[in-house]
Design a protein around this ligand. Structure first.
Ligand SMILES: Nc1ncnc2c1ncn2[C@@H]1O[C@H](COP(=O)(O)OP(=O)(O)OP(=O)(O)O)[C@@H](O)[C@H]1O
Ligand code: SF4
Ligand SMILES: [Mg+2]
Length: 356
């Protein structure tokens, strides 16, 4: 396959699901580009992202800080900070329609009702001077025209659904009176209120301690199954996603560098960056051993290195990596990797494990 030395990566569409992909995805993000026009220059935050989510499916989006996970999500939701952020190319096809070509009013109706977002920091996302019940109830008053009393009843029902104990009493309380985990449940309830088809959860449990993290993640996964929602789960943490995700998209410098069903990626990654992320997971069986860390830092998005953006940090880099942007190679029907040496990477990992 030929490679391109141009600054923009050659983008193959994401592999179709098995069976020829006759089922239309709920969300199909195609060749999305976002840049931030700043005083220092143009930061290329998202450089041709392709991903899709079907109803009832969970896509985990992984990558180090600054790789463009949140900016992609903001562009999908229509909440990108603009200016300085601009979508310069691409499509965000939701239920068959490109959101980027919709009017503001129509877009607003979809946001919240058909697709909703959960953020990491519930305390700053909730209004501190309104009770939790008022905030939940507002969703129903605004979108469904319910009375105050009806809205409150719905709020209590929702709080019970996300298993907040003593919902009837707690509905009158303010966000600061809730623990971190309970506040995150309130956020989930807000997102679920209008029974959206898609939820984007951006690091929903990062601010919580480990046991509470697991409970909140379990709740999210359970609701997702119950309502057959599409879920995009953004996280740093490969450890968290193994149990909940169906497939993974790994981001680096604003590109998806590997996409794969979840189990295949753990078995044998097809991209050296994914390998590095996997090796950075703390393992109980290797207690006491020094934790692996990918050397170096993510690139400055004002000056993304030519060729493969990962090349300055990649243990496998060759000359071609410094000159030619790797296209998104199709590994098989369900997997893709943006690495010139994806075959070798895959072969290494398929071999019996040893110290590399
Ligand atoms: N408001 C902004 N102005 C300028 N640049 C921005 C802005 N927001 C994001 N960026 C740029 O976009 C890049 C990607 O940011 P993004 O928030 O998507 O990263 P992320 O992958 O979500 O990281 P994290 O894991 O830390 O949340 C940042 O490194 C930054 O350069
Ligand atoms: S293309 Fe080259 S530098 Fe990039 S990940 Fe593959 S081997 Fe490493
Ligand atoms: Mg983020």
């Amino acid at each position: 396959m030929s490679t391109s030395g141009a600054t923009d990566a050659v983008m193959a569409p994401e592999p179709e699901p098995p069976g020829g992909g006759e089922e239309r995805p709920l969300l199909d993000v195609r060749n999305l580009h976002v840049e931030f026009r700043t005083r220092e220059g143009i930061a290329k935050a998202v450089n041709g992202v392709n991903y899709s989510v079907h109803a009832g499916e969970t896509l985990a989006v992984l990558g180090e800080s600054g790789s463009g996970k949140s900016v992609t999500a903001q562009a999908v939701m229509g909440i990108l900070d603009s200016p300085p952020g601009f979508i310069t190319q691409g499509e965000v096809v939701f239920q068959g329609r490109d959101l980027l070509r919709m009017g503001g009013e129509e877009r607003r109706k979809i946001r919240g009702a058909r697709m909703a977002m959960i953020f990491q920091d519930a305390l700053s996302s909730l209004n501190p001077v309104l009770s939790v019940g008022e905030q939940l109830g507002e969703m129903f008053r605004v979108h469904q025209g319910l009375s105050r009393k009806e809205a409150r009843a719905k709020a209590i029902e929702l709080m019970e659904r996300v298993r907040i104990p003593a919902a009837r009493e707690r509905v009158k309380q303010y966000p600061h009176q809730f623990s971190g985990g309970m506040r995150q449940r309130v956020m989930i309830a807000m997102a679920m209120a209008l029974e959206p088809e898609l939820i984007i959860a951006d690091e929903p449990t990062t601010a919580l301690d480990v046991t509470v993290q697991a409970q909140v993640m379990d709740l999210l996964a359970e609701l997702q199954r119950e309502y057959n929602m599409g879920l995009i789960l953004i996280t740093h943490d490969l450890g968290v996603v193994a149990d909940v995700a169906d497939k993974i998209a790994v981001m680096y410098a604003g590109r998806i560098v590997e996409s794969s069903p979840v189990h295949d990626i753990y078995r044998a990654p097809a991209h050296p960056y994914t390998r590095g992320l996997l090796d950075s997971i703390p393992r109980v069986d290797l207690k006491g051993q020094e934790l692996y860390a990918i050397k170096g830092l993510p690139p400055n998005l004002l000056h993304i290195p030519p060729g493969c953006a990962f090349n300055p940090r990649c243990p496998r880099a060759q000359e071609v990596c410094r000159t030619d942007v790797p296209p998104l190679y199709r590994v098989n029907q369900e997997r893709a990797s943006a690495c010139h040496f994806w075959k070798e990477t895959l072969d290494d990992d398929s071999a019996p494990s040893g110290d590399a």
